[in-house]
Design a protein around this ligand. Structure first.
Ligand code: WQD
Length: 339
């Protein structure tokens, strides 16, 4: 099938494009190249032996979006990753985040309606749960006021999709990612960082590489076993494979619902200190760290109830924490060799 993958050379997008090609699909990538690197297309070709179609498109520009669909009228389904996604940046630049993440989604849906493309998988986030009342958090948990403009754009996009699927033939599956980490086994694709990493695992690997002097552990006074935050870390390739299953569910019309949500996690909450231990165990490299005050906006603990995705998507996260850490470290070493 021809699958439009917006943001398809980003971190999760690129891993999903590889999995789509492994299953014999024909992904068509659009990206505005603002915070992604065209070279990823070459890397995807190296991994799969086939070059995916790529078009530079600014999705916030309706005419560009419309011109794309005129050129490629035979799209069977869409996976919509394209978004800017730095939580703290979104606090400083709310208008940039609301414009980019919402206008791109509205333009995409307008074109899907006009070109009669009915299937969309949307990249959402566990951030919509805020600080859950009960753990593990399931898809019926109340969506909480967003902790950041970024998180709010994910929530608003879900609302846009709910309302649009009610009055069109478009049907949607929203996948709420927990904490994707790690990289492809070839170490050819992974999470690129420009500047000091915001997320925990890239900061750990850059500390191990000597790029960062030490890891600051944000908060050790939480109400958790070791005082540090709990998160549900999931291998990025496991996140990618869930998208293929979601596409199949939509195209084969296996559900009578127009809009569905699924959690993508492992179902286990791991603390920051245990992540450091897991990295050290997987690589034999000690990580220097310092306990510092909490980071604003962090939730204390969030991890997934994965039963709905396991059952309805016929999908389960398979790659263990050791493999997540090993692949993250292999990716960091590959980046160092390219410098
Ligand atoms: C994880 C834990 C930090 C860095 C974010 C987004 C979320 C989603 C996934 C897009 C927290 C601690 C981190 C550091 C630390 N992204 N930490 N020192 O914040 O759970 O989720 O990424 O959809 O929307 O919010 O991920 O990796 O930043 O933090 O102690 O240098 O590691 O406090 O407890 P987070 P993270």
């Amino acid at each position: 099938m021809n699958i439009l993958v917006t943001g398809g050379i980003g971190y999760i997008g690129s891993h999903t494009v590889v999995e789509l090609m492994n299953r014999g699909h024909n992904p068509i990538i659009i990206d505005n190249l603002v915070n992604s690197d065209y070279e990823v297309v070459d890397r995807i070709e190296k991994i799969t032996g086939k070059r995916p179609i790529f078009e530079k498109v600014e999705m916030c520009n309706f005419d560009e979006m419309h011109a794309f669909f005129t050129k490629y009228p035979k799209i069977d389904a869409v996976i919509h990753f394209a978004a800017i996604l730095l939580v703290n940046e979104s606090v400083d630049e709310p208008l940039m985040y609301y414009h980019n993440n919402l206008a791109s989604t509205v333009n995409l849906l307008k074109c899907m309606k006009e070109f009669k493309i009915d299937n969309i998988v949307f990249s959402s986030s566990c951030t919509v749960y805020g600080e859950p009342d009960t753990l593990p958090v399931d898809e019926y948990a109340p969506v909480k006021p967003a902790m950041s403009p970024y998180g709010n754009t994910k929530k608003i996009c879900e609302d846009i999709l709910v309302d649009t699927t009610k009055v069109t033939d478009i049907r949607c599956i929203a996948l709420r990612y927990f904490n994707p980490i790690g990289a492809h086994e070839t170490a050819l694709i992974g999470e690129f960082q420009d500047g000091p990493p915001h997320h925990l695992v890239p900061y750990i690997t850059e500390t191990a590489m000597g790029i960062r002097e030490k890891l600051r552990v944000f908060g050790s006074d939480y109400n958790t076993p070791d005082g540090t935050c709990l998160r549900d870390y999931i291998h990025v390739v496991d996140v990618a494979t869930a998208h293929i299953n979601a596409i199949d569910r939509l195209v084969e019309k296996r559900s009578d619902k127009d809009f569905e949500v699924f959690n993508l996690g492992v179902g286990v909450g791991i603390s920051v200190l245990d992540m450091i231990k897991a990295f050290e165990k997987a690589t034999g490299i000690a990580i220097k760290y310092e306990l510092v005050p909490r980071r604003a906006g962090d939730v204390e603990a969030v991890y997934a109830d994965t039963r709905l995705a396991n059952k309805e998507l016929n999908w389960k996260a398979e790659r263990p924490l050791e493999e997540m850490m090993r692949s993250a470290w292999e990716w960091e070493k590959a980046l160092a060799e390219e410098k």
